[in-house]
Ligand binder design. Structure first.
Ligand SMILES: N=c1c2ncn([C@@H]3O[C@H](COP(=O)(O)OP(=O)(O)OP(=O)(O)O)[C@@H](O)[C@H]3O)c2ncn1[C@@H]1O[C@H](COP(=O)(O)O)[C@@H](O)[C@H]1O
Length: 107
């Protein structure tokens, strides 16, 4: 992944965060925030299922499209619960270099 693409994710999360308190008439994200954190979580779940279906039937183009929806709706869900991208990346960094098997055993 290029640095520019890492920036894409950071920019998406920053844009989503900036929509808190924005006008729901002009911002789709503000409209989702207005519906509350539970609805944002539900929306994420729906998008995840659509990505699962695309993967299961091997619809590659749709999987790319749905995965983008999943990342957007994950950003909205996390922001609705005041969890930052930084916190998630820090958790991933903590796991880096540790085997998934060791990680599972530590839980
Ligand atoms: N990545 C996205 C993004 N992906 C999907 N969507 C919106 O999600 C909607 C589609 O959701 P669905 O397919 O579930 O349709 P729906 O009408 O919700 O369907 P149901 O509620 O009936 O299930 C579309 O109208 C899209 O506008 C997004 N809206 C915004 N973004 C990003 O967020 C930024 C800020 O957007 P605004 O908040 O609108 O300014 C944008 O610049 C984009 O970068």
């Amino acid at each position: 992944m290029s640095t520019a693409q890492t920036d894409t994710l950071a920019r998406l999360f920053a844009t989503v965060e900036s929509r808190k308190g924005a006008d729901p008439e002009t911002s789709w994200t503000a409209r989702l925030f207005d519906k509350g954190p539970q609805k944002c979580a539900e929306k994420f779940g729906e998008e995840a299922i659509e990505a699962v279906v695309a993967a299961a039937v091997n619809d590659r183009d749709n999987l790319v499209y749905e995965a983008a929806d999943v990342l957007y709706h994950m950003a909205v869900m996390l922001a609705a619960r005041d969890v930052s991208l930084q916190e998630v990346l820090t958790e991933l960094d903590r796991r880096h270099g540790t085997s998934g098997i060791a990680e599972k055993a530590s839980r």
